[in-house]
Each structure stands twice: as C-alpha cells, then as structure tokens.
Design a binder for this molecule. Sequence first.
Ligand SMILES: Cc1cc2nc3c(=O)[nH]c(=O)nc-3n(C[C@H](O)[C@H](O)[C@H](O)COP(=O)(O)OP(=O)(O)OC[C@H]3O[C@@H](n4cnc5c(N)ncnc54)[C@H](O)[C@@H]3O)c2cc1C
Length: 426
Amino acid sequence: MLRPRTAEDTARLVREAAARASAGDTPHAPLHPVSTGRNWGLGSASPVHDGTALLDLSALDRIREIDTDRGYAVVEPGVTQGALAERLADSPRVLNLTGASQHTSIIGNMLERGVGLRRGRAEDLAGLELVLADGTTARTGWWPDPAQGTVVQPHGRGPSLNHLFTQSSLAVVTAAVVRLLPRPETVRVLPMTFPESALDRAVDLLREWTAQELVPATTKIYDPLAARVYGVHDRYLAHLCLTGAPDLVELRALLLHRRATATGSPFSPAPGSAADRYVHRAYTGLPDPDDTLFLRKTGHCAHCLDAARGLLMFLPLVPFRGQAVRRAAEMVRSSLQGRTAPPGITMNVLDADTVDHVVTFGFPPEDPAAVADAHRTLDRLHTAFAAEGLHPYRPDVDHPLAPHGPLHRRLAEALDPDGVFARGRF
Ligand SMILES: Cc1cc2nc3c(=O)[nH]c(=O)nc-3n(C[C@H](O)[C@H](O)[C@H](O)COP(=O)(O)OP(=O)(O)OC[C@H]3O[C@@H](n4cnc5c(N)ncnc54)[C@H](O)[C@@H]3O)c2cc1C
C-alpha cells in the first residue's frame, strides 16, 4: 500500500512505478488508485486482480479553493462529502450529496459516475488534475483562472476530456473542480406510499409526473424492505423532492397532494416521519456529523462497515416503466440462492426514461456458506438482467466490464502502454 500526502508525492510514486514497468524484466505491481476506498458493495478498496499496489489517496485531503459566487470548489481525493458540506453550511451554495456515508470521497464517487440526491455526480464534475502513466501531470475540463473570472464550463473548449478519466483506469486524479448548486430557498420532501399490488400503476404515474415536470427527476422509490429504514412497513415508499421558491414549492406540493389523493390513485401521503429532518437535511446538502441515515441503513459506522458486514450491490439501469420495474423485482426474487435474505431495492429516478436500481444484500462474512450463497446470487442477477439487456451502470470487482472496443484500446495503449495502472473494473 502506498499512501502519498501530496500531488507531487503521487507523481513521484507513479514515475517510480513507470520506471519499473518499462524496465520490463521483473514483474511490477500495477497501481490501483482509490480516494477513500469506501466503494461498498462493489469491492470497497479491493482491486480486481491480486498483485497490485493500492495507491491510497485519502491523505490528500485539502479543500484548495471554494468560490460560492461562481459555484465551484477545488478538492483533493481525500476530501469527503461531509467535510465540504460542512464548509458550505452557511453559504449560498450546496454540494449535491449522495445517500452514502458523509465519510465517502467526492472525487471517488464522481469518478464512479455515482448518483447524488440532486443529480448524477458526473454532472458535478468540471475539471480534473491528473498524473498520467509516465508520471507527468495534466488538466482536463475547466479550471479557475486567477487572472479572469471565467464562467464554469465543464466541457472546456475543443475535445472534451473529463470523462475519458471517469469509469476508467487511465490516470490518477489528484484534484478536481466540483460544481456547487445554488442553495434552494425551500426544500420539501413529500413521502408517499403505495401497495405492492399497485407497483406498475404507481411507477407509470411517477414517470408521467416526471416527464411533465410536476416533479424533478430526483424521486427515490424504496421497495417494502428498503422502506423499513424510514419506518414504513409492507408498502413501497417514494420520496418526491421539491426545491426552489417557497410559493412554487407550496403550489407543487398542493397539486401533488391533490393528484395523490384523487379517486383511483395508488398513492397515500405518508406521515412526516417517513421523510424526517435527516432526509430533508440530506437533500438540502447540509452536513450530518453523526451520519444518521447511513447508520440507519447499514447498522454500522463508515469506519467499521467493511469488517462488520458482508455487503454486495447490483446496480442495473431499468426503463422507467411500471412493467419493467415489476419485472426487475421478480428477477431479483428469483435470483436468490441458498440462504441469501431478500435484498432491499432502492430506485433512483435519473430522468423520464431511466430509473437505476440499487439492489443491496448483506451476509454474515464469518459464514463461508452464506458468503458463497450471496456471491452466487450476485452472479445470477448479472446473468438474468443481462439476458434482458439490462446492465449495471457500475460494475463490481467480480464482474469487471468486458474488453472495450478498438478506440478504447488505442487510447489505453497510447496513455498507458506499459500497464502502470491496474486495469480494474473498467
Ligand atoms: C448505505 C449506502 C448508500 C449508498 N448510497 C450511494 C448513493 O446514493 N450514490 C452512490 O453513487 N453511491 C452510493 N453508495 C455506494 C458507495 O459507498 C459510494 O459510491 C462511495 O462514494 C464510493 O466510495 P469512495 O467515495 O470511497 O470512492 P473510492 O472507493 O475511493 O473510489 C471509487 C473508484 O474510483 C476510482 N478512483 C477513486 N479515486 C481515484 C483517483 N484519485 N484516481 C483515479 N481513480 C480513482 C477507483 O476505481 C475506485 O475503485 C452507497 C453505499 C451504501 C453502503
């Protein structure tokens, strides 16, 4: 394990690895970079193959700059979402938090193209500072210019390179420009429940409301197992988040209430406890030093989860259609192997056409039979969903992506011909 403290240290370590790799006579350990390594359910900090050197960047933890006027922060890999949210607490800007722990890395999650509560994390990325495989440094996208107050423009000018380095193993990221959202005047999360028997109809209605902009594309839907975290039993729960000017939020909430309680609607408004102040704080981008929601979801703190509990995740993209969501739930049920307990499913609406599914199942790590059952279940999920053309948007260490096409290969050969970086899941 290598643990640099600065971007310069990191470049030196990469140069040393590059020298070993190009010498070619002795086997070298390719570098596997992680930011905080809390990629739970997909392998955490583990590499895909043995024999790699873990490049742990968590000690690069400086917030280099915050500009709440133009709406960006420059952060290093070890900066956690809790740390930046804390710094922004009284400012006119907010960070797009994810539902993971406050102790996860902003850069790690953006490089995964993770899902935030307000939008996909890929949309938060404006610029990257990189160490390439030969140890040289480079920048992509947009970076602040001290001499000019230019507008944040993530694609930069000319060919847009940021996303060559997300879900990729072609460089080490030592800093990034993260876009910050304007702080909304009001945030209101409406909890609504519906029975399993109305799944198709409820999902189709939510889709219609999203397509017609009655609600933004940020709704989360919890199946009856996942909904227990919010005190809802035996029903699906949806969190509909409204943000913006207070009168607009009020009007939209009224409209939604009217539609949800109309004759024939599958929805019932749920009590406020089903979207309590911690849920509101998360959507508002406010820090929670106690990691309350994460503790409720996992039963463990961020520092103990890996040792305490086996956890696997399967993250397929599913059409935002009632029938497709029902079919996905059936496939999850029929994929269970041995004693694997039924998983909770959280669905994140990404747009009017797509809802990503987070299928999470735990197992006791000390019981080899339970471990084997859980991994067989994960294999079955991959096979069953792939047969219907539904692929995970992020792979896990046991199911890395199949080899890429010729253009990807040419880029990889040009950028890292000696295999300084471990090829990993991507
Ligand atoms: C209860 C629970 C809720 C969750 N909710 C969410 C959620 O709402 N949204 C979501 O997206 N995820 C969620 N997750 C999954 C996961 O915990 C997060 O995605 C987490 O942010 C990833 O871990 P990390 O930030 O430590 O990134 P890391 O593990 O450090 O990095 C992830 C990957 O990115 C690459 N990488 C990281 N840093 C670098 C670097 N500096 N240079 C080059 N490559 C790098 C590596 O491939 C690495 O494996 C949840 C997990 C749990 C258990």
